[in-house]
Design a protein around this ligand. Structure first.
Ligand SMILES: Nc1ncnc2c1ncn2[C@@H]1O[C@H](COP(=O)(O)OP(=O)(O)O)[C@@H](O)[C@H]1O
Ligand SMILES: [Mg+2]
Length: 272
């Protein structure tokens, strides 16, 4: 497996406080990894650095071996990195379909001239965009919400559309920031099934921020743990949950999931 994304000694600080301290790791193509850590650990900041929203004070971000540190977000997206946001960032008054078409917008090469005169290339792009949006709605069971304004839809459905939007531009790497946060148990199970399906049906590399270790251990083969901006553990789900440094980082925030069977591995629900 070749390296898709790598971070080397990435340090990001806000007014002298390190949100990330010398973070280094590499994601091989095709890997699904989880990123966990207590609130304020730096998970969202790490995504923002990769996506070009923040420029780190030190260190290097590489995409397929090329230095992309500080590259603006639209170019990072075009290079093949898609991300969903911890807080849903959809256009609430637009329909599910329109949000997906906008999500694909950056993938479209033709211009206003093409649109005005409906050139052949423009029509081809338009057709490809709509086909991709329909495919994503099929894959994520969103067809029922196709023509509804997303603001009126249940929270769990909006989170799914947020994932679909991130996929609309056909990324190679998908960064999901707490895709199941705030969901009911049923919604969470639906999201997990969806992510497992994405994993098996799309040729994707994923880095997923998720607190529920039951979900993490079923979805990801690798877990990266951040604490106070430092990467304190990196291993399989079972290695990481037994790691003393990880247990210490979560002391005080760990609570056992009610009635968890433990059949799928860890039963702790961590973080907020
Ligand atoms: N734009 C910002 N300005 C100042 N501090 C920030 C900013 N973004 C994040 N931080 C700080 O960086 C640290 C890590 O935050 P964040 O990456 O959101 O953590 P997590 O996603 O793991 O909960 C926190 O202390 C947070 O307050
Ligand atoms: Mg966060």
């Amino acid at each position: 497996m070749s390296e898709l994304l790598s971070l080397e000694d990435v340090t990001l600080s806000f007014r002298g406080l390190n949100a990330l301290s010398e973070v280094s790791f590499a994601l091989p193509e095709g890997q699904v990894a989880a990123l966990i850590g207590p609130n304020g650990a730096g998970k969202t900041s790490l995504f923002n650095v990769v996506c070009g929203f923040y420029r780190p004070q030190r260190g290097t971000v590489r995409w397929r071996g090329q230095d992309i540190t500080g590259t603006p977000p639209h170019r990072v997206a075009r290079a093949g990195i898609g991300r969903s946001f911890q807080n849903i960032e959809l256009f609430k008054t637009l329909t599910c379909l329109d949000n997906l078409l906008l999500g694909r917008h950056l993938h479209v090469r033709s211009n206003l001239f093409g649109a005005m005169f409906a050139t052949r290339a423009w029509v081809r792009d338009e057709v490809a965009q709509r086909r991709r949006a329909e495919e994503l709605m099929d894959l994520l069971d969103l067809q029922a919400y196709r023509d509804m304004p997303v603001g009126a839809l249940p929270y769990g459905v909006q989170k799914l559309i947020e994932v679909a939007r991130a996929l609309a531009a056909e990324p190679k790497l998908l960064l999901l920031d707490e895709p199941a946060a705030g969901m009911t148990v049923e919604e969470k199970d639906d999201m997990m099934v969806t992510l497992l399906r994405l994993r098996s049906e799309l040729d994707l590399t994923m880095l997923v921020v998720e607190h529920d270790l039951r979900v993490v251990s079923r979805l990801a083969e690798r877990v990266l743990v951040l604490d106070h901006g430092t990467l304190i553990a990196d291993g399989t789900p079972s290695e990481v949950q037994d790691d003393p440094a990880v247990v210490r980082a979560y002391l005080g925030t760990t609570r056992l999931a009610e009635g968890a069977s433990g059949a799928d591995g860890p039963v702790a629900e961590v973080g907020a």
